[in-house]
Design a binder for this molecule. Structure first.
Ligand code: GLN
Length: 501
């Protein structure tokens, strides 16, 4: 197998090739590192590449396999969002305030991937502290969409999505607070899965909004995403919000998911309302038609409070973020700025270390939590959150899962929404509710617009309904080939280093 074939391997085919002795992890990892070195200046998907340490992990995996070791991800190279701590690797959350920081420990999800034999090949770009929907707020500059380098890859996990789409890694880990796995997956034509809140440990995941954050996988197929999910999921004594519920389900059985007979799938009326791009609507409806052809019964459902999701999320997420980011003051955490007095040092540290979007959210968050406005904003948003959750519980009591679009538009152009935060926030309309309600959600590629940009089908399941959602996604994917399309390599003139400097 030559290196061009190796970078095309997904997790499943890579594992099979290694089991047959036709591929070594070392050669696979080296091929991906070589491709990353060649392409990353054009895409800016990666913030750091592991090089020799990844090759050493790969060699160790090859040696273990030679001894008969068959762990679930043995020798599989994965890219990790620059928000999750991998011991010995940089972890900066895309922020200047953490530049130069090297992780002192493994996040629980990383420890579990490591136990399963994974190889940590690179770090992926993210909006600063995962705040954003375009990967433009990173201190490392914007990531480009592999399908069109003039467009954003989505965010905040745009680096992970672009890396998987551009064949820099067969799979990646990312995080989703209000859509950051599903939205970039949709924009880049890959599969992204946000598990139920409490399903996956947040220990070692740099906190944004702790009641909403959830770590999950991105991959090229539902089966590969499920494989990673299965390894990282489950109770963790280091995160008391993880659920003790056992992680059930047979990932290998997803291979046999070929129909949707006996399933009732709900179509939320609010998800097909004004503001939905006509091409995205048409592609989503075609995907839903495919689900009906596979045997699903479709029912309309109401989510009357979902229209308040954006307002509610953009009060609660900044409130939690302002508290979580208080620790970066140059003493306990973060780079320290020069100053004459302690107060000035705090001010300079945060002024210089944080970018505009993070500052906007810290200011908004402290405002809604301040004593004069707490009742009017924070406490009211908490009550609206309960109504949104009840909405979903009711809708999901009438069906097995919900179907709809992931995003109201396809990927937009780099810079298009940078000066208009509200336009950026409105793009999260279909994803934030899933986090507010604590549910699980999957994005699978479901077609391309006339300008060649991918879109995603959103499959939303009840809390802990992961296997059901993955099964629906797998059956859809087995009947379609959108996930098999691959973007052409970006031309060298799309060199982002040159453009952004
Ligand atoms: N785009 C949303 C925001 O800016 C979601 C981000 C995320 O899920 N991390 O908050």
């Amino acid at each position: 197998m030559d290196s061009r074939e190796m970078v095309e391997l997904d997790v499943e085919t890579g594992l099979e090739a290694m089991a047959r002795g036709e591929l070594t992890s070392e050669a696979w990892t080296a091929a991906l590192l070589e491709r990353s070195a060649a392409l990353n200046s054009r895409l800016n998907a990666l913030t750091w590449q592991a090089g020799e340490t990844a090759l050493a992990e790969a060699r160790a995996a090859d040696a273990a396999r030679a001894e008969g070791d068959e762990r679930a991800l043995l020798g599989v190279p994965v890219a990790i969002k620059d928000l999750l701590n991998v011991k010995g690797q940089p972890c900066t959350a895309g922020s200047a305030i953490l530049k130069g920081y090297t992780a002192a420990y493994d996040a629980t999800v990383i420890a579990r991937l490591r136990e399963a034999g994974a190889v940590f090949v690179s770090r992926t770009n993210t909006d600063e502290f995962a705040m954003g929907g375009s990967t433009e707020t990173s201190t490392y500059g914007p990531t480009r969409n592999p399908w069109n380098p003039d467009c954003v890859p989505g965010g905040s996990s745009g680096g992970s999505a672009a890396a998987v789409a551009a064949r820099l890694a067969p799979a990646a880990l990312a995080s989703d607070t209000g859509g950051s796995i599903r939205q970039p997956a949709a924009f880049c034509g890959v599969t992204g899965f946000k598990p139920t809140y409490g399903r996956v440990s947040r220990y070692g995941c740099t906190a944004f909004a702790s009641s909403l954050d959830q770590v999950g996988p991105m991959a090229r197929t539902v089966e590969d995403a499920a494989r990673l999910y299965h390894v990282i999921a489950g109770a963790d004594p280091a995160d008391s919000t993880t659920s003790p519920q056992p992680v059930d389900g047979d990932v290998a059985a997803l291979r046999d998911a070929h129909d949707l007979k006996g399933l009732r799938l709900g179509l939320p009326k609010a998800y097909f309302a004004e503001g939905l791009d006509p091409e995205v609507e048409q592609l989503t409806r075609a995907a839903i038609g495919q689900c009906r052809a596979l045997g699903a019964e479709l029912v309309e459902v109401d989510l009357p409070y979902s229209k308040y999701g954006i307002a509610c999320y953009y009060i609660l997420a900044p409130a939690e973020a302002s508290a979580n980011l208080a620790r970066y003051e140059g003493v306990r955490y973060g780079n320290r700025a020069e100053a004459d007095t302690l107060l000035e040092m705090y001010e300079n540290t945060r002024e210089q270390g944080f970018g505009a979007e993070v500052k906007r959210r810290v200011i908004l968050g402290t405002y809604v939590l301040s004593s004069g406005f707490y009742d009017a904003y924070y406490s009211r948003a908490q009550r609206v959150r309960t109504l949104i959750r009840t909405d979903f519980e009711q809708a999901l009591s009438q069906c097995d899962a919900l179907l709809g679009p992931v995003t109201p538009t396809p990927a937009f152009r780099v810079g298009e929404r940078s000066a208009d935060p509200l336009a950026m926030y409105l793009g999260d309309i279909f994803t934030v509710n899933v986090n507010l309600a604590g549910l699980c959600g999957l994005s699978v590629p479901c077609g391309f617009t006339s300008s060649g940009l991918p879109t995603g089908l959103h499959i939303i399941g009840p809390a802990f309904g992961e296997m059901q959602v993955l099964k629906i996604g797998a059956a859809y994917q087995h009947a379609t080939d959108w996930h098999l399309r691959r973007p052409a390599d970006p031309p060298p003139d799309a060199d982002v280093d040159a453009k952004t400097k």
